[in-house]
Design a protein around this ligand. Structure first.
Ligand SMILES: CCCCCCCCCCCCC/C=C/[C@@H](O)[C@H](COP(=O)(O)O)NC(=O)CCCCCCCCCCCCCCC
Ligand SMILES: Nc1ncnc2c1ncn2[C@@H]1O[C@H](COP(=O)(O)OP(=O)(O)O)[C@@H](O)[C@H]1O
Ligand SMILES: [Ca+2]
Length: 559
């Protein structure tokens, strides 16, 4: 990093020890100065030695404030050593709150209090840090908060009041809070009433369904303001100008987990405070040229549709309803006949087994997902032909499916920390490359194909394999090396599935239709068209950071 000019540097006390504290535009650093007795030519000299050294990036400082009346009397001896005397009767200490990184991508707000020799110096420090914070223009100052009191374990209000509101107030963020009173309250308020010009962002306290309400409200509002017709499947949608923060308080919370790395309310609040940007792709779902819904996480027919339909009847169980309905659905083993048509994504990175990881500041997400490396060229040539037919550029798969899943993001969540998309080495695709990942688990093939990765198995074997496939969600293994699972990318901006046919007679043991699970909301239509809209929304998130090697709470970084 380019060396930044020093703005301020002083010797200050921290826990009764002397530190050299320095502020520049990028970093706040503090280095301990230990006094050590050293014998030189027979006389005792006091020499300084630099020991522990810590730093916090300025953008990760949450706030600075003057500390309350402090333990100055205790420090008297130390100040005398530094030949300084603290001013009587004034606060001579200031506290810096900053982001501290913990295990598994968790962030915490920590405090460090520095004691100054006089009031003027203390004021100078507080002022200088505040000035640096004011330069961070991407930080939100005024937020509109929607709380779903009904989702997850019905703790949304409590989570916000106890874990989030105190952090927002520490960061001097003002809020207007709406606790929703019915389903689609937040969506309709955003679409028709909210004065969005007043806010720097919208915060959603709830699960993926609540986030979906916010997305629908904002996207619909933006299209209405710009005269774009959502019913026209071919329309290019206009990106939303306002960012969304997600405080996880739902049952799966995969959009939060996949963009931050954990489902922890305080971590999410800190991501909002520091004002990061994470663009996300959004799928639009149409039926007969009528707009149905948007999807950001999972659009799943068959297994996940059936799990959802069953689990909604067991809401009283809370998040555990999915496990119960998951096992039940697995054991009932329904499969559905249908046709999937899609345009393979050959012009982007993020193929199955792509070696690049999508991490904070991802190169692929920032560079329009264009084919940029030789490695990607190679993927293009190796793209499997699979069991599908082709119709021009389109690939068509007909068969009996246990599940058809289109994941616009990794769908990583505590149940499946690596997510379920086929893209990326650990199945964590890019967050905004402009494609969706289509994973089909077929029961019987319409036509077997010799390619080893897409050869489909008979359904009795499939049942065993499907369990193995599910089990692999829970660990690091490759979910897509099983013979009956097909994974592939589908191109964005075009129709992904042309139709899932209802009219093929199914074999006697199978109900005719499942329903679509669209980000956890039931879509009753079977035939749908899906298109991907690149980077349509932006979150207050950084993407998943590379994990530090050390285990314990560790920031401020030790230099
Ligand atoms: C044997 C253990 C297998 C564990 C398999 C775990 C698979 C988890 C995949 C998770 C995909 C998540 C996609 C997320 C979608 C969400 O947008 C959406 C809404 O979120 P919200 O509740 O916050 O509003 N969530 C969902 O649709 C929930 C899907 C959850 C499915 C759980 C399935 C459990 C399956 C258990 C099968 C066990 C078979 C055992 C046989 C003896
Ligand atoms: N006040 C409310 N009362 C009832 N339902 C609500 C309310 N606010 C939002 N909802 C709806 O609650 C459903 C579940 O919310 P969600 O955040 O997805 O929680 P969960 O993760 O538990 O499913 C969503 O369909 C959402 O539209
Ligand atoms: Ca839900």
């Amino acid at each position: 990093m380019e060396k930044q000019p020093r703005l301020l540097s002083s010797q200050l006390l921290l826990k009764n020890r002397v530190f050299e504290v320095t502020l520049n535009r990028a970093l706040l650093t503090w280095k301990e100065i230990q006094t050590k007795k050293k014998r030189v030519y027979g006389s005792i000299h006091s020499t300084f030695k630099v020991a522990g050294s810590y730093c916090v990036p300025v953008p990760e400082i949450v706030a600075v404030r003057e500390a309350e009346a402090d333990s100055r009397t205790k420090d008297e001896g130390r100040w005398q050593k530094l030949s300084q005397k603290p001013t009587e009767g004034y606060p001579c200490a200031f506290t810096v709150s900053y982001v501290e990184r913990g295990r598994q991508h968790r962030w915490r707000c920590s405090d460090v209090t520095f004691h100054c020799s006089d009031w003027t110096l203390c004021q100078q420090w507080v002022q200088s840090i505040r000035e640096q914070l004011l330069l961070l223009t991407s930080r939100p100052k005024h937020l509109l908060v929607y709380i779903n009191p009904y989702g997850g374990k019905q703790q949304g209000k409590l989570i916000y009041e106890e874990k989030v509101a105190p952090l927002f107030s520490r960061a001097s963020i003002s809020t207007d809070v709406i606790v929703t009173e019915y389903a689609n309250h937040a969506r309709d308020h955003l679409k028709m009433e909210a004065d969005l010009k007043k806010y720097d962002g919208v915060v959603c306290v709830g699960g993926d369904g609540m986030f979906s309400e916010i997305v629908h409200g904002l996207v619909s509002r933006t299209q209405a303001d710009c005269g774009v017709d959502q019913n026209c499947a071919e329309e290019k949608l206009v990106p939303c100008g306002i960012r969304i923060g997600i405080i996880p308080a739902g049952s799966t919370d995969c959009i939060c987990y996949a963009t931050v790395g954990t489902n922890d309310p305080a971590t999410s609040a800190l991501h909002v405070i520091v004002g990061d940007h994470q663009p996300l792709d959004v799928c639009s779902v149409h039926h007969n040229n009528t707009f149905l819904r948007y999807s950001v996480s999972l659009l799943g027919y068959g297994f996940y549709g059936d799990v959802l339909a069953d689990s909604e009847r067991k809401r009283w169980m809370g998040p555990a309803r999915y496990n119960f309905s998951g096992v039940k659905t697995f054991l009932t083993h329904h499969h559905y006949e249908g046709t999937v048509s899609f345009l393979p994504a050959t012009d982007i990175l993020g193929n199955p087994r792509d070696k690049t990881k999508c991490r904070a500041g991802c190169y692929i997400c920032q560079h329009n997902g264009k084919l940029l490396s030789e490695e990607a060229q190679l993927h293009k040539m190796e793209e499997p032909v699979s069991c599908s037919e082709t119709e021009g550029d389109w690939r068509v798969i007909r068969g009996k499916f246990l599940a058809i899943n289109a994941a616009t993001m990794s769908c990583a969540c505590p149940r499946s920390p690596k997510g379920l998309s086929a893209c990326g080495p650990h199945h964590r695709p890019h967050l905004a490359p402009g494609s969706t990942s289509c994973v089909t688990s077929c029961a019987t093939p319409a036509r077997p194909h010799p390619h080893p990765q897409v050869l489909l198995q008979l359904s009795i074997l499939l049942k065993i394999n499907f369990l193995r496939h599910l089990l692999r969600h829970t660990n690091k293994d490759d979910q897509f090396d099983l013979a009956f699972v097909e994974g592939g990318g589908a191109r964005g901006g075009k129709r992904l599935f042309r139709q899932i046919c209802r009219d093929h007679p199914a074999c006697g043991c199978t109900p005719v239709n499942s329903s679509w699970n669209c980000d956890g909301e039931i879509l009753p239509h079977a035939t749908i068209e899906v298109g991907v809209h690149r980077q349509l929304i932006r979150l207050f998130a950084r993407g998943i950071e590379d994990q530090p090697l050390f285990e314990d709470f560790c920031t401020p970084s030790v230099i």
